[in-house]
Design a binder for this molecule. Structure first.
Ligand code: NAP
Length: 288
């Protein structure tokens, strides 16, 4: 039987509507409109699309969304200066510096400079530490979005073997952390695979829940998937025929029990979680 398709677009729309309602109630209580500021350095076309989508999502949620567009020649000092001004501005609740940054800028220096209380991407070491300890201030957007998909679909993860393909700071590592913690869409036994993993296919084949986040189109083929597995495809690869995931969707969906499409799976959830974090940041400011 073909896999159930996990409709991330629908689930994200429902989640965003909930955030919109929560934000409206917050604004009514406090008079404060959550404000997210995105900083875009350079002219990477994919980044420009991501930032525009985030701006639009803010509007739809009743937030204020501002974008600072800086030239590709911007120095690290100038970017740090902007971040310092945004940190000091009480009218700014969330700050997001879109990656990748041009090569003259050290991404870690920028990441460390963002006020942890405004770090709605949850990349600052203080926020990562809180996630590691299982008491997150902000949720890592993409991994938390995956968890919300699992919750919305009623997929049981406790005691299941979850295999995370990829160990990046943005997706793989925080995904593994969330899945190994106690609670909903968690309590899994987690294995993390990366480019140095031996016998990768045989490990992936053991997964009850497979999260693919490596950035190689159609890397996960049907022979690597256990029948009945839940397959979550985080990958976004630009091919001639548009966006494709890290999973060979057609053949794998004949074997899996549930699967996310690309596009329309994990992607929409990431922005939904960013909105949630921005509302959290605004609420923290007034101890709401
Ligand atoms: P990344 O920083 O490039 O990390 C890729 C990870 O995959 C690394 O840990 C790397 O291993 C591993 N890897 C690469 N090739 C491999 C191979 N052949 N076998 C095993 N492991 C391999 O990428 P990322 O930022 O995590 O993003 C991954 C994918 O998710 C990309 O397609 C990206 O566009 C997408 N993404 C989607 C969203 C969303 O909202 N849907 C958000 C973020 C990212 P090493 O560490 O050993 O190098």
């Amino acid at each position: 039987m073909p896999a159930r398709v996990i409709d991330g677009k629908r689930i994200a729309a429902e989640y965003r509507e909930q955030v919109r309602q929560d934000a409206a109630a917050f604004t009514q209580r406090t008079g404060i409109v959550p404000h997210l500021v995105a900083v875009l350095v350079g002219d990477d076309p994919a980044s420009a699309v991501y930032v525009r989508n985030k701006e639009r999502a803010c509007e739809q949620a009743g937030f204020k969304g501002t974008v600072h567009r800086l030239s590709a020649e911007t120095s690290q000092a100038a970017l740090l200066d902007l971040v310092a001004r945004l940190n000091a501005d009480p009218g700014v609740h969330g700050i997001l510096v879109q990656s990748p940054l041009p090569k003259q800028i050290d991404p870690l220096a920028i990441l460390d400079a963002v006020d942890p209380l405004k770090d709605v991407d949850a990349f600052h070491p203080e926020n990562v530490g809180l996630i590691v300890q299982g008491r997150p201030r902000f949720l890592p957007c993409t991994p938390a979005g995956v968890q919300q998909l699992l919750i919305a679909e009623g997929i049981e993860t406790a005691g299941k073997h979850a295999v995370v393909l990829g160990r990046s700071e943005i997706v793989g590592k925080p995904m593994a952390l969330l899945l190994m913690q106690k609670g909903l869409a968690a309590d899994a036994t987690v294995t993390v695979c990366h480019s140095r993993t031996k016998d990768l296919a045989s490990i992936v084949r053991q997964a009850d829940l497979l999260i693919a986040a490596i950035g190689t189109a159609k890397f996960v083929t049907a022979d690597m998937v256990k029948p009945g597995a839940v397959v979550i495809d985080v990958g976004i690869n630009r091919g001639e025929s548009g966006l494709v995931g890290d999973v060979d969707y057609g053949p794998v969906s004949e074997i899996a029990s549930a699967i996310t499409p690309v596009p329309g799976g994990v992607g929409p959830m990431t922005i939904a979680m960013l909105l949630r974090n921005t509302l959290t940041a605004a609420r923290m400011r007034v101890r709401d």
